[in-house]
Design a protein around this ligand. Structure first.
Ligand SMILES: NC(=O)c1ccc[n+]([C@@H]2O[C@H](COP(=O)([O-])OP(=O)(O)OC[C@H]3O[C@@H](n4cnc5c(N)ncnc54)[C@H](O)[C@@H]3O)[C@@H](O)[C@H]2O)c1
Length: 254
């Protein structure tokens, strides 16, 4: 098992990529903190995890846009489990809009969750990790941080910031045995995506367009991204520092 005796906190773990990561981490022997602003859904995910003997799964509420809430999450985890070995800063959301049609409120909201959320998680996990002799942080970025996508201006900016922040932090903390990397998924069939599709004028046409954008001609599955996150969270990636692991069905290779 790749995460035996490890304590992992995953934000946005009540759904989609985060929930699939919680499943995989538990199966790999980790004690998992399923952290999400949707407390009821987080409880459901935590209760269904395939927890190994000697490990635990708990749900904890968090709003990653709120510094004190993130501090509370990490403090409670440390108090309950004695350490924080892995932090996956995964909570985030997308916004379909051009810059002209993005309201100032929406711009502030997406930056607050997608960027500040990662900043807060790292800011308050790093001292705990340093004190215990090391740790691993994996941030969920997106291909939207690597290339421009139409009608996703604010989202692209937020994920570009996550990638830049990941690289800079990785340099600052490499010598402290704290490895920081990120994943850049392409379009993945998570509940977020399904909701977006349902709201589209022509869901079938949008599905076809987004699938065709990826050379594999299909959407990714949350479990495929969870495997990339597991690689970065485990000792398998011991030489990866500040890297961006792309899992996008070839979208950015085209
Ligand atoms: N689905 C995709 O195509 C795709 C592609 C690239 C990157 N991503 C990124 O992957 C991550 C997970 O997305 P997903 O597709 O699984 O979405 P999802 O909507 O299925 O899951 C996101 C989870 O994050 C939680 N969340 C949102 N805001 C939060 C906050 N402020 N505090 C705490 N929890 C919060 C939600 O309650 C939800 O449970 C996001 O960062 C997203 O930007 C998704």
């Amino acid at each position: 098992m790749k995460l035996q005796h490890k304590v992992a906190v995953i934000t946005g773990a009540a759904s989609g990529i985060g929930a699939a990561t919680a499943q995989l981490f538990a199966a790999e022997g980790a004690s998992v903190v399923v952290a999400d602003k949707d407390e009821a859904a987080a409880q459901q995910v935590a209760q269904a995890l395939p927890v190994r003997a000697g490990s635990y799964a708990v749900a904890m509420p968090v709003d990653v846009a709120d510094s004190s809430s993130v501090q509370q999450l990490l403090h409670s985890t440390h108090e309950q489990f004695g350490r924080v070995d892995v932090l996956v800063n995964n909570a985030g959301f997308g916004l379909a809009s051009t810059v002209e049609h993005t309201s100032e409120e929406d711009w502030a909201r997406i930056m607050r969750v997608n960027v500040d959320g990662v900043f807060f998680g790292c800011k308050y996990a790093i001292p705990l990790m340093r004190e215990q002799g090391g740790g691993v942080i994996v941030n969920t970025a997106s291909v939207a941080g690597l290339v421009g996508l139409r009608d996703r201006a604010a989202y692209c900016a937020s994920k570009g910031a996550v990638i830049a922040l990941t690289r800079a932090m990785a340099l600052d903390h490499a010598a402290e045995n704290i490895r920081i990397n990120c994943v850049a998924p392409g379009t993945v069939q998570s509940p977020y995506f399904t909701d977006m599709l349902a709201k589209a004028d022509d869901p079938q046409a949008l599905l076809q367009q987004l699938s065709a954008r990826q050379p594999v001609m299909r959407l990714g599955q949350p479990e495929e991204i969870a495997k990339a996150i597991l690689f970065l969270a485990s000792a398998d990636s011991s030489f990866s520092i500040g890297s961006v692991l792309v899992a996008d069905g070839g979208l950015t290779a085209a």
